[in-house]
Design a protein around this ligand. Sequence first.
Ligand SMILES: Cc1cc2nc3c(=O)[nH]c(=O)nc-3n(C[C@H](O)[C@H](O)[C@H](O)COP(=O)(O)OP(=O)(O)OC[C@H]3O[C@@H](n4cnc5c(N)ncnc54)[C@H](O)[C@@H]3O)c2cc1C
Length: 304
Amino acid sequence: MLAGDGQKGDLETAVSHTQAAGLPSQLLSPDELAVLDPRMVLDGVAAASFTPGAGYADPALTTQAFAGAARRLGVEIRQGTKVVRLLRDGEKVVGVETAVSTLHAPIVIIAAGSWSGNLLRTARLDLPLQPVRHPVVCLRRPPEFGTPHHSLLDLTGGIYARPETGDLTLLGSVDANVGYDPIQANDTGGYVHESYILWALTQLTQRYPSLETSQLLPGWTGVMTITPNWQPIIGGWPDAPGLFCAVGFSGQGFQISPAVGKLLAELVTGSRDAASQLAPFAPTRFATATQHPQHTGENHSLLR
Ligand SMILES: Cc1cc2nc3c(=O)[nH]c(=O)nc-3n(C[C@H](O)[C@H](O)[C@H](O)COP(=O)(O)OP(=O)(O)OC[C@H]3O[C@@H](n4cnc5c(N)ncnc54)[C@H](O)[C@@H]3O)c2cc1C
């Protein structure tokens, strides 16, 4: 993670938090970073963090692994069965209506990604969830580039870049003003616009000039959901007993999914420790501030 002068303090705080959580994150000076990867041009970099052993994981395989583990514990997964509405009996949420049947349940958890806002509205609950479209640029690195670069989050240029097998690099924006266009949840079409590609490539090749001769491959867009402070909403509602949610992951839901699943399960089964750990993410934090996410012009809060 690369930080400029204005971001250095936040990066130092983030590294001390990750170290306190037991991860071997290190704070590097630009000179130390130059030793780690001499191919980088470090203009504007005041500090960097490096976590040896960090990387990326395959989301499809991970999802299947979670599903397999749940099935082994007795969970029945009904794939392709759409929930159309939540059922309420007075205040209490008592189940769901699917496209084919009605299911009664003492606990309902909404974890429906970008479609969560629509589902919650069927129970007269409103959260400030904004689906956005995010484009990903895909490059094939030139053979002379050599070994893959590290997974990179360059806060000075507002981009992320991570290696993929086959000499590929996946690249996109972490700048809230670029590549996070508000959409409706069902609007899954979309293009990776040339202006976005050019912007992202310019940022990347300023750091790695030797990537200038990369081959541009077709990219793709995906849908994610942001909240006003780019932090997820996890928990329940005192005035809707039986209902819990894990939504609004603001582009960071994959990496924290094991912890979210564990804490939410503990919360549902009554753990006070989970309740206190999840308190900052409670749905009720928006009870008095129901404004919808706005682009603030700042990088979103990846460091917090
Ligand atoms: C291009 C892109 C890059 C990303 N990169 C990263 C990254 O590097 N790191 C990271 O941590 N995160 C990343 N994310 C974000 C991450 O993908 C999300 O935070 C994560 O997928 C959220 O998981 P989820 O289970 O809450 O929602 P989803 O993954 O959206 O899953 C929701 C599920 O609910 C189902 N569903 C929806 N409506 C209904 C209904 N009515 N009835 C029944 N089922 C329903 C859907 O079919 C889907 O299976 C990225 C996202 C995108 C788009």
